[in-house]
Design a protein around this ligand. Structure first.
Ligand code: HEM
Length: 455
């Protein structure tokens, strides 16, 4: 999403290419100024299919403020995401969208600096802290879903609120209450700002609100860091305060603040979106609800909670989650910027080009996913997965920037499903979830009205 003006504050970025640099790539620029933005927003998958039919699986598109080259299919995903030749910048791909509110997060870093910081942060994803988060998640989910019986629930809003509350304890180590509520609101404002079409923080805009929210969070984190460095907290924030780089030096305070901000953003709407699509798909495929409920019952827990050591037994739950991520990936496309000239699919593409791979399109390619619209979790059994291209399923990306929170997300979904399905049958309201807004992160336009009927 190449917003030209963001190059200004980043002298180390490549300059913008003239439009003529892409004239050899087939494609179209759409309407003056807005290009194809509205068509992309309306139905991204349909738009991509239309472009493929006209131009093939490498094409030029003009949307969200500039030209980019879209590269489709598992080989394209591997080239760009695995990036064995270090040709593609994540910072310059995501930066135009995220730099104002989430600067210097992991996805906004490249190569050696990225590797070093990712290694330092990885302490918080090791088994010991994961066990602690599992306990927190079990308690937090149980405390809320118990109240969901027999009443109409807007699932998207309910799971968003629950995920934010869970983040207050697991991510921040802050008990629920006024402060947690203020922090949660600040995150919501930041995320809103990051996708706002007005990129200048003018009074009254969501960008201004987001910038203010960031100031509040920076102040909160900075104030807390000294105590967390000396404490024993197991939450992400405390772990980042105590971690060190390869030379034993703790992360500086401003880096902790930036990583925390980014991590919360990366975790929050993605989990909300994927939990919502899974509940919708289980609501529509009652036989799968039954299978998952039986699997949970086999654990023999009387309150639906799943200890960390038992999570791997929820195999069908994991397949169903993977299938929902295939059908409705929370990150539908992934941007990069080429740092060097490269070739793909018979085209030469110059350095400086904004490129995008498309998760959602790959996940619907019939040559990799027969009958692609059908919900069939057994696609992920070891037998069915044999021989599949390893970049045909990329909801968490791949390569150096592959989602660092993927095991956390899978754990939260397993715990949520165990707690929900051991208590309730999912009943969707008629027509629930028929229409989704896909960008920036998919959500059902009706919020997915649902009733949880005690079993
Ligand atoms: C279903 C839930 C999730 C999905 C689908 C998802 C998806 C993704 C994707 C596609 C990327 C790679 C983007 C790229 O290559 O440009 C990514 C990166 C990232 N994710 Fe997730 N994510 C999820 C949950 C989480 C959670 C729970 C956390 C934190 C606990 C998290 C933290 C991050 C971070 C920090 C990165 C940047 C990694 C890096 O650049 O090295 N994500 N995620």
């Amino acid at each position: 999403m190449p917003y030209a003006h963001t190059l200004e504050g980043n002298p180390h970025w490549l300059p913008l290419n003239p439009r003529s640099s892409l004239k050899a790539i087939p494609g179209e620029r759409g309407w003056p100024i807005v290009g194809n933005t509205f068509e992309v927003l309306k139905d991204p998958l349909a738009f991509t299919k239309k472009m493929v039919a006209k131009h093939g699986t490498v094409y030029r598109n003009n949307s969200f403020g500039g030209d980019s080259v879209v590269l489709l299919g598992p080989d394209a995903n591997e080239l760009v995401l695995f990036d064995k030749d270090k040709n593609f910048s994540s910072e310059q791909g995501w930066g135009p969208v995220l730099n104002l509110v989430f600067p210097r997060g992991l996805m906004l870093m490249d190569f050696e600096k990225h590797r070093a910081d990712r290694k330092a942060l990885s302490v918080a994803f090791k088994p010991e802290p994961m066990k602690h988060y599992a306990d927190e998640l079990n308690a937090g989910v149980a405390a809320q879903v118990g109240d969901w019986a027999n009443k109409p629930i807007n699932f998207y809003s309910a799971i968003k609120a629950l995920t934010l509350d869970l983040a207050a304890t697991s991510f921040l180590g802050v008990p629920l209450g006024d402060e947690a509520a203020k922090i949660n609101q600040a995150f919501v404002d930041e995320v809103q700002a990051s996708v706002s079409p007005i990129r200048t923080p003018l009074p009254g805009t969501s960008m201004r609100k987001g910038v203010k929210a960031r100031e509040y969070l920076v102040e909160f984190f900075t104030r807390e860091i000294p105590a967390r460095r000396n404490g024993t907290g197991q939450d992400f924030f405390s772990q980042f305060c105590r971690t060190t780089d390869e030379n034993g030096v703790p992360l500086p305070a401003d880096a902790i603040v930036d990583h925390m901000n980014f991590l919360m953003m990366a975790a929050h709407d993605t989990i909300t979106s994927s939990a919502t699509s899974l509940v919708m798909l289980l609501g529509r495929n009652v036989e799968w609800q039954e299978k998952l409920r039986a699997e949970v019952a086999e654990l023999g827990s009387n309150d639906g909670s799943v200890p960390y050591g038992q999570l791997d037994r929820l195999v069908l739950t994991e397949y169903a989650f993977k299938e929902s991520l295939r059908l409705m990936p929370p990150v539908p496309s992934i941007p990069r910027r080429a740092l060097r000239d490269f070739s793909f699919g018979g085209y030469d593409i110059p350095a400086g080009t904004f490129v995008g791979v498309n998760t959602a399109y790959t996940h619907h390619m019939p040559e990799h996913w027969p009958d692609p619209k059908r919900f069939d979790p057994m696609r992920f059994s070891p037998e069915a997965s044999k021989g599949r291209h390893r970049f045909a399923w990329v909801p968490f990306g791949g390569g150096a920037h592959m989602c660092i929170g993927l095991h956390f997300a899978t754990m939260q979904i397993r715990i949520l499903m165990a707690q929900l399905l051991s208590r309730y049958r999912i009943e969707l309201a008629p027509g629930a979830g028929e229409d989704w807004q896909i960008f920036p992160i998919p959500k059902p336009k009706d919020g997915l009205p649902v009733t949880f009927v005690p079993v």
